[in-house]
Ligand binder design. Structure first.
Ligand code: SAM
Length: 220
């Protein structure tokens, strides 16, 4: 196992994180034992952050103890790997609008004490500001299929991210426009993101996710 970023490992072309809850799988991923330590395979076909790392994300702004606001936590596939990376001293606040997926995520939060569930609309960040107790986060992450993806991200950044802090957003072209090409859609969304962020990297997520891009920026 070679550590390629803090808490993120690679072996024979596959990504892994060290399992915070040994013996437990989250989404059917493979568990591997190396020198008595258990690792969970991070499947890029199931996780846009995993796909971005496979596609050459230059910097993964996560480490032991990081505090993350994660918009679109769903059932917790990617959040579970973030949970492994940030460890017991870290915290991930997972926001999702769907009660159905939140039920599954809450079960995961019971196993992983560094995950906190927030049932809310990410378009209305004032509604969950109290959960953050006025504190800024170390990373804002978003994976939400909405028409105004960039606007939602900017709103949250204004409230919860300090200048110079990182943001990562997965853009889904088809949720924004069926008519325009993904490239046109990404160009427009990035323009919106530039109101709040200095853009540092844009990556296509193919072949893992069709017509998706990951944008990495730093809050202005
Ligand atoms: C593609 S899934 C996220 C998958 C997750 N990031 C992962 O990798 O494990 C998108 C999620 O965004 C949620 N979502 C959509 N609109 C939302 C909104 N306005 N506020 C919060 N969550 C929203 C959906 O309920 C869905 O669970």
């Amino acid at each position: 196992m070679k550590e390629i970023f803090s808490g993120i490992f690679e072996n024979e072309g596959k990504l892994f994180t060290k399992n915070l809850v040994p013996g437990k799988k989250v989404y059917g991923e493979r568990l591997v034992l190396v020198n008595k330590k258990e690792f969970r395979e991070w499947v890029p076909w199931r996780s846009k952050l995993g796909a971005a790392i496979k596609n050459g994300l230059k910097h993964v702004p996560l480490q032991n103890g990081s505090k993350v606001l994660y918009l679109g936590s769903s059932e917790g596939t990617t959040p579970s790997h973030v949970s492994d990376i940030i460890g017991k001293n870290g915290l991930l606040l997972g926001v999702d609008i769907s009660e159905r997926v939140m039920r599954k995520f809450i079960q995961l939060c019971e196993q992983r004490k560094n995950l906190v569930p927030i049932l809310a609309d990410a378009n209305q960040p004032e509604q969950y500001a109290e959960h953050l107790e006025g504190q800024a986060v170390d990373l804002l992450f978003q994976d939400i299929s909405q028409k105004n993806q960039a606007e939602i991200f900017n709103k949250n950044a204004k409230l919860f991210l300090k200048s110079g802090k990182p943001g990562l957003i997965a853009l889904k072209a088809k949720s924004i426009s069926q008519k325009e090409s993904p490239e046109q859609v990404f160009r427009k969304e990035i323009k919106v993101l530039e109101n709040e962020f200095k853009i540092l990297q844009v990556l296509s997520l193919g072949p893992f996710e069709k017509d998706h891009a990951m944008v990495f920026g730093e809050k202005k």
